[in-house]
Design a protein around this ligand. Structure first.
Ligand SMILES: Nc1ncnc2c1ncn2[C@@H]1O[C@H](COP(=O)(O)OP(=O)(O)OP(=O)(O)O)[C@@H](O)[C@H]1O
Ligand SMILES: [Mg+2]
Length: 415
């Protein structure tokens, strides 16, 4: 049993010799059957109702034309051709047009039912296999989350994505999942009318062409997925759609870095559940630490993530910030990485739309971000840096031998 098949039969308008269609309609496996006496109307109906199957019972030219159109407009719909005779050239024509099976007239009920069953079963088997193959995601998901707004999550996500690209020389995507007021585009000086919303709206038909159109290429070579422009779009984005988008991103990139907003909504929770690395960003200030403590407790209590949680202390060291030991004591959680406070250079780079790892790669903040990237990429590098050890040269540099991570580490050590 294949069960619940929705079917259109495109046949001649004369209603002659069509008892086989009535018998089909009575079959328990056929959930719905539309009989259409015109090729154009049948194709239109197929485009609108996207049935599982269309059977085309016309002359060969019309069958070929109908199947070709359905195949291109609704590729998920399967087509069976019914012809008076099927010599090899005719069969080839119909198969080339996209027919899954060809049945000869006169039609016997058992023949057409067997054909329907085997065509539908083969397709369902294929799509189950395709779904399980696409579950074998290739990329690593890095989610940057801050339980308090304004602590630097976007700055870290944007720079980390670029640093990951520099460190690993692999394909990196940065996705702005700050569903309202997402400002990755501003920090990277990128604008496009295509955003996450385009992917979410086509979540069931995501393909290379759509990703290519929607993701923007930044001058650092990372791909950027912008947040929706319309504030009300956030309400239309479900966890399911987000899972499909994530799957598509992870199948196409080695690292997918997601910037998030400070709400634990369905989308953020989905990201946390799927993450390999969760970077929890905070600053050494009482309000941020207070939120971070509850967030970390919530994460661990509810087993919200199976990924590695790394607490990133941004703007540390900074003038008048709370001491590292006190931060860790208060949070009852070790600080895994820190980024120093470099107000002037970071603010300047954000205002110019050039992330600090590109604008001032030798700055302390950039070196810390590169260390963090190496750590995310799996190096044993310790991403804690309490003083700037590197040289203070400014200007752009290129990393020699970018394929290996060792060269980066020695670069960071200044050797
Ligand atoms: N290490 C740092 N040193 C100095 N300033 C920083 C640092 N990191 C971030 N900032 C500044 O903090 C401000 C907020 O940064 P950012 O937008 O990245 O935070 P956010 O957590 O993403 O905020 P939002 O809640 O609005 O999404 C920026 O103006 C940036 O210049
Ligand atoms: Mg932000």
């Amino acid at each position: 049993m294949t069960g619940a098949i929705r079917l259109i039969v495109i046949t001649s308008p004369d209603q002659l010799d069509q008892e086989w269609i009535n018998r089909l309609a009575r079959e328990a496996e056929i959930e719905h059957l539309d009989r259409v006496g015109s090729v154009a109307a049948g194709v239109l109906l197929a485009r609108q109702s996207r049935p599982d199957l269309v059977i085309v019972d016309r002359d060969v030219e019309q069958i070929e034309s109908a199947i070709r159109q359905i195949f291109s407009y609704v590729p998920s719909t399967l087509c069976i051709a019914v012809t008076p005779s099927a010599d090899v050239p005719t069969l080839r024509r119909l198969v080339m047009a996209g027919a899954r099976d060809v049945i000869n007239r006169p039609i016997h009920h058992s023949d057409i039912m067997n054909s329907i069953r085997s065509v539908v079963a083969a397709e369902r088997d294929r799509s189950v296999r395709a779904a399980s193959n696409s579950d074998q995601r290739l990329g690593r998901l890095v989610v940057v989350v801050a339980p308090k707004g304004g602590v630097g999550a976007t700055t870290i996500a944007a720079n980390l994505a670029i640093a990951l690209r520099q460190v690993t020389n692999t394909s990196v995507a940065l996705a702005d999942m700050g569903l309202q007021f997402g400002d990755v585009g501003v920090q990277l000086n990128i604008w496009s009318r295509h955003t996450l919303y385009d992917l979410v709206m086509h979540a069931s038909e995501l393909d290379d062409a759509l990703f290519e159109k929607v993701l923007q290429t930044h001058s650092s070579s990372i791909k950027v997925l912008l947040a929706p422009h319309e504030l009300e779009a956030a309400g239309d984005i479900s966890g399911d759609a987000m899972r499909a988008v994530l799957q598509g991103l992870l199948a196409r990139h080695t690292y997918v870095v997601c910037d998030t907003w400070s709400f634990l909504d369905e989308v953020t929770e989905t990201l946390l559940q799927k993450a390999d690395d969760v970077l929890v960003v905070t600053t050494p200030e009482v309000p941020a630490l207070r939120n971070t403590k509850s967030f970390l407790e919530h994460l661990t209590r509810n087993e919200l993530t199976r990924g590695r949680i790394t607490l990133v202390l941004n703007r540390f060291p900074s003038v008048n910030g709370i001491a590292l030991q006190d931060v860790q004591k208060h949070l009852r959680y070790p600080v895994g990485a820190n980024i120093p406070s470099e107000g002037q250079s970071i603010t300047h780079s954000i205002n110019r739309g050039v992330p600090i790892v590109m604008a001032q790669p030798h700055s302390w903040a950039s070196q810390s971000l590169l260390r963090l990237a190496a750590y995310v990429a799996g190096d044993n590098a310790n991403p804690i840096s309490l003083q700037h050890s590197g040289n203070k040269k400014t200007g752009k540099f290129t990393l020699p031998g970018m394929k290996g991570r060792r060269s980066l580490l020695s670069l960071m050590r200044g050797t």
